[in-house]
Write a protein that binds this ligand. Structure first.
Ligand code: GLY
Length: 576
């Protein structure tokens, strides 16, 4: 096993370390896996493993996934255990109160997409976030229970379990133990929790584990209410979340801040199977998620638009390659705003949008070296916090899973369900609240993505798989709101055209154009010479902090699984 360890967390003494839980729960998972120490763990940024590997936003979640693989679970088992663990150890985006997309390719070539995106409650309506003058009340679709769609993550994981090998209760157990016996938080988590303390207290009906104290790196976070909720799911499956005590807690929390999710909404929630998007790019077969995510269509459009060009010879992040790719981004994102939404409510012309002929047609007016124009000058404000989380798993058999899951904003709507201990999403903001008005990400939408009861809001999440010569090759994805499809696009170009390693492709500075606003956002470490050259061509270029946290696993020619975690976060890999 080759390790590239980039940071280390000091051990801490805690009550839980002495074996004292809150509700007499006996540790089974952690006892069986003494190598997974929630009070002393390392961030591992890149490593190669002989059998199976996991890359996720948190070291403990990746270690759990790897332990499950080693114990005989397949990639689906590992993914379920990783998602539940992230809900505890990465509360800003890991979740049971949000939703996501599970994309898989089994070793026998079977593809599957499970859409567990949140849905609009039955009482939702098209104009629910508009004031009496017809203007958007942004706060309502972002803060508090009024911003929440019906959560899908628990149902999504239970649907995924049909393809797993181990008992569901064993896959939830590690999360319960992290919640009940606590885990040491990183500096990033401490800062995140402290920065949202006032919002948590304002938006939630009661104080929570997150608001107990001012946090610092090395403190132990216990989440007894979340542990109890996870135990109800462990015992009763779907009913442990969508009915009974947990449903009661959710519906009660709704009353505090104008939420409209009812008990019927929870009971009626179902994940949906979606046919993945598939296309070829320079000898590679790419598989990604279909609507209600825009991600798969966008990367199919953008990669096919640039396919006729020798991007490798242009060099990474040069004026030539960025100019070409930005013009592809502009065209694809314009189509997103017009054509994409929940396919059960809106006819998305997927077949046309992802066809090679359409890509050619869209690039007909592209002139190399000349800045295009989105023709609409009003710019939406781009929000810097783009929290979602992605993780990838490849097992020993060659089953590949890519999951991107989210609460939307960092810590969702900042509302912790009293008694149940988990954060709710503010995914309703991903709908087009008013045609032509930008959402949190500055994204514009129209009728295709308007609010209707039961409809799923358009997403940018892009869990993606790649095969090479018919064999499993890469599982990859990232958080980052509307930057997600562009990051995956650029990550794949880095690997396929620029022949970079997975880790280098992930860490390379990224850029983003989403049609409106008509500007290129670049990461702070983007080459200055390219910025100046693009400006000279007439592009509006703005430096932004950082985009996303991309994680992936790649099968190397010798069969080893090389896993890479983004330099931008606490992302960490594990395997065996
Ligand atoms: N909430 C981010 C997305 O689904 O695109």
């Amino acid at each position: 096993m080759k390790l590239n360890k980039s940071s280390f967390l000091a051990p801490t003494l805690s009550l839980a370390f002495l074996g004292l839980g809150f509700a007499g729960h006996t540790q089974t998972f952690l006892k069986k896996h003494p190598g997974i120490n929630p009070y002393h763990y390392e961030v591992v940024k890149e490593a190669s493993f002989a059998h199976g590997a996991v890359s996720s936003a948190h070291p403990l979640a990746s270690m759990v996934g790897a332990a499950i693989l080693k114990e005989g679970g397949n990639a689906f088992d590992a993914a379920i255990a990783t998602q539940f663990s992230l809900a505890v150890v990465f509360p800003g985006a890991g979740n049971i109160g949000g939703g996501g997309f599970m994309l898989s390719r089994k070793a026998n070539g079977d593809l599957m997409g499970i859409d567990y995106r949140e849905a609009a409650p039955s009482k939702a309506n098209r104009d629910m976030y508009l004031d009496d003058k017809g203007n958007p009340i942004t706060k309502m679709s972002l803060d508090g229970a009024s911003a929440s769609g019906i959560p899908g993550s628990v149902a999504g994981m239970i649907a995924t379990h049909a393809y797993a090998k181990l008992a569901l209760s064993d896959l939830i157990e590690p999360a319960i133990e992290f919640a009940e016996f606590g885990y040491v938080i990183t500096e990033k988590e401490a800062n995140g929790l402290n920065s949202q303390k006032a919002n948590f207290l304002k938006n939630s009906s009661a104080p929570s584990a997150f608001t107990k104290q001012q946090w610092k790196a090395g403190d132990t976070l216990y989440q007894p209410e979340l542990a109890a909720t996870l135990k109800r799911i462990q015992k009763n499956g779907l009913a442990g979340f969508y009915e009974g005590e947990t449903a009661d807690f959710i519906v009660k929390e709704m009353q505090h801040s104008g939420g409209i999710i009812s008990k019927e909404d929870l009971k009626n929630y179902h994940p949906k199977f979606r046919k993945p998007i598939e296309f070829d790019y320079k000898g590679h077969h790419i598989i990604s998620f279909s609507p209600p995510s825009s991600g798969g269509i966008l990367i199919a459009q953008m990669l096919q638009m640039i396919a006729p060009y020798n991007v490798g010879s242009m060099g990474i992040n040069t004026e030539a390659s960025v100019g070409l790719m930005v013009e592809a981004q502009r065209r694809a994102y314009a189509d997103r705003a017009e054509h994409m939404g929940d396919p059960d409510f809106w006819k998305v012309p997927t077949k046309t949008l992802i066809s090679e002929g359409y890509a050619k047609e869209r690039m007909k007016d592209y002139v190399p070296g000349v800045a295009g124009s989105s023709k609409i000058t009003q710019a939406g404000q781009v929000h810097e916090s783009e929290q979602t989380t992605h993780f990838s798993v490849i097992d020993a058999e060659g089953n590949m899973v890519a999951i991107t899951t989210t609460l939307n904003d960092t810590y969702g709507n900042k509302t912790i369900v009293a008694g149940a201990g988990f954060l709710l999403n503010n995914e309703m903001d991903d709908f087009s609240v008013k045609p032509g008005s930008p959402n949190m990400y500055g994204a514009i939408g129209g009728e295709a993505n308007s609010i209707q009861p039961g409809k799923r809001m358009l997403s940018s999440m892009t869990p993606t798989l790649v095969t090479l010569n018919g064999k499993p090759y890469i599982s990859i994805g990232t958080p980052g709101g509307t930057t997600i499809p562009n990051q995956v696009f650029e990550g794949l170009v880095n690997i396929i055209d620029h022949k970079m390693s997975l880790k280098a492709a992930i860490d390379a500075p990224k850029f983003h154009h989403q049609w409106i606003p008509d500007m290129i956002g670049v990461e702070s470490d983007f080459p200055d010479a390219t910025i100046e050259a693009l400006k000279a061509k007439g592009y509006n270029v703005t430096k932004r902090g950082r985009f996303g946290r991309m994680d992936g696993v790649q099968i190397m020619p010798d069969g080893k699984r090389t896993a890479a975690g983004d330099k931008r976060g606490d992302d960490s890999v594990a395997g065996y």
